[in-house]
Design a protein around this ligand. Structure first.
Ligand code: MN3
Length: 207
């Protein structure tokens, strides 16, 4: 079965004023749709047909540019839409909050580290909060559509929060002010979803 562009769980205007409507429409309807179509073309007729996107990316041949860029783009945006909500913001609770305190010292220190990773990623890429191979939380950034599922990439493991810092993600509303976009993202983070991804990754780790 071919990969499909996921429906958003909220309206295109639901993240206003933090993420504007026009950006959401183009980002989901054009960019993400494009990665989805090109991923399907890259997989069609190969022995990867029928595999999950996580399986494909964990076993990725990094020299396969079409699969790396479009498989990454497909997965990364799926995650991005899931970790945002019109009811988001605030801070995590429970086990995720404890794990963040253990890894970074405090939520504020985590926010500073994540924001710095997003701000200093040169050119296009992503900032991540990740459960790394040792089962510890780690912040990193990656270029282009790479992500921590891919072999040998920064903080290799399972990403549980991702922020798209490609200009197409913020330029219409923020122009060159990437730090303002990063700050705004914290108003829409769906911490309940991130906590459930943390739980799955931690259980996965112990299994
Ligand atoms: Mn994007």
């Amino acid at each position: 079965m071919a990969f499909e562009l996921p429906e958003l769980s909220f309206a295109h205007d639901a993240l206003e004023p933090h993420i504007d409507t026009k950006t959401m429409q183009i980002h989901h309807g054009k960019h993400h749709a494009g990665y989805t179509a090109k991923l399907n073309a890259a997989v069609a007729g190969t022995d990867l047909e029928g595999k999950s996107i996580v399986e494909i990316l964990r076993g990725l041949d990094m020299s396969n540019g079409a699969l790396r860029n479009n498989g990454g783009g497909y997965f990364n945006h799926n995650l991005f839409w899931e970790v945002m909500s019109p009811n988001g913001g605030g801070a995590p609770e429970g086990e995720l909050a404890s794990a963040i305190n253990d890894a970074f010292g405090s939520f504020e220190a985590f926010k500073d580290a994540f924001s710095a990773a997003a701000a200093t990623q040169f050119g296009s890429g992503w900032a991540w909060l990740c459960v790394n191979k040792e089962g510890k939380l780690e912040v990193c950034s990656t270029p282009n559509q790479d992500n921590p599922l891919m072999p040998g990439v920064n903080c290799e493991g399972t990403p549980i929060l991702g922020l798209d810092v490609w200009e197409h993600a913020y330029y219409l509303n923020y122009q060159n002010r990437r730090p303002d976009y990063i700050e705004a993202f914290f108003n829409v983070i769906n911490w309940e979803k991130v906590a459930s991804l943390y739980w799955s990754a931690a259980v996965d780790k112990k299994a």
